[in-house]
Design a protein around this ligand. Sequence first.
Ligand code: PHE
Ligand code: NA
Length: 495
Amino acid sequence: MFMKREQWGSRPGFILAAVGSAIGLGNIWRFPYMAYENGGGAFFIPYLFAMISAGIPFMIMEFTLGHKLRGAAPRAFSKLGVKLEWLGWFQVFIAAVIAVYYVAIIGWAISYLGYSFTQSWGTDTNAFFFSEYLQLGENSPSKLGNLQMHIVLPMVLAWGITFAAIFTGIKGGIERASKIMMPLLFLMVIGLITRVVFLPGALDGINYLFEPDFSKITDPTVWSAAYGQIFFTLSVGFAIMIAYSSYLPEKSDINNNAFMTVLINCGFSITSGVLIFAVLGYMAQDQAKPITEVVTAGVGLAFVTIPAAINLLPAPYILGPLFFLALVVAGLSSHISIIEAVTSAVIDKLNWSRKKAASVVCGVGFAVSMAFATNGGLLLLDLVDYFINNVALLASCLVELIVIGWLLKISDIRDYANDLSDFSIGKWFEICIRFISPIMLAVILATNLWKTFNEGYGGYEMSDLLMLGWGLVAAMFVVAVIINVTSKSPSQQEG
Ligand code: PHE
Ligand code: NA
């Protein structure tokens, strides 16, 4: 039976979907504090370097792979070589793992959207988040405690929206959702920013973000942070963009689409940085504290500091819901893309209908994600997120670069993209893919492995690190290899 592959309905539709994937929680809460922690304005140098040397070439490469090979990551890689299918599955597993914890953060954001109308998080937003909301007690990543129904419910809602989009399909579901969500998100952020920058102290906050600390530029951890952030923020290296571009129509301007996606995403990150730091500057002035004392990193930024700042804002019942709705929309459009990466891989492999694959993937994903709706959910999330981002994702990107840059003819990819595109990309593309990015990634990955091996992470028990960190990554790899070895040839899978 031959079924024609689905297609995006229009070029803006595809770009909005790709941008919807790229712009996510990572832009709104992760980027601002990373920039802040890693040298403020000076962080932009490594960040822009990583964007140009890794982000743009990677995006062009993945759009080309998807367009040319017409498959989700496992099929795309298996068409490049029968021994490469495992890489696609490894990436799909990264996507699947991120999907199940990312949806928990969307769930929290939905809850906080509700609280924001009346600021029912109270004045001690720290105690509220950790003790009252998450109910984090004497837990650990392996002692999770009980399911928290007030976290389960918003997660059900998030899964419901994702499921509806995936189940309906590329054009009618994902593209339609992106066309509503992305303009809405841009409007909300523009609305927020135009109000917030006029608050007293806002400019001090913004200056603080951009004030460069050049001593940080020679610090390798800053470069590592910049590269790690670029892959995560652009959704490259974990099966998403290959899946999305496998639905591109024959005639598609790959180079242009890739540049637009990267630039809109990074522009959005900087805009969110301005927004968050304007609010922090206002808060610092209001409380007569230095800004360093009001900033928190990690989940605390969005769920502790921002609520505290919203308490102080004029018309908090408007600005608060706008902020959390923006967070929810940004998160959902990314969650849709990451579930699509898994679903389309299942469709390719098992020849299931989209409806069946979507139901099974979302059903299993929902069940597993419940682990993050427990008392210890945050700790499990923190541990798994660390290993996925700092080990699995970087390793996956490095292997992809080596495979494409060294085992195959990378100039073919450039020619393919240039043939389809209005403007051509030059030799620099090959230099980035073959040399600059893999060298940077290899150094960063080796450093991360060494550090994590010796120091562990976050003070978690060795047994937890072994099972839920190293063990999880190893299991993903082993299962991917088993699927590859037992696989039929790609032509037989063609369906
Ligand atoms: N690019 C997303 C972000 O910045 C990362 C992501 C994509 C996470 C898809 C989950 C799903 O948040
Ligand atoms: Na992003």
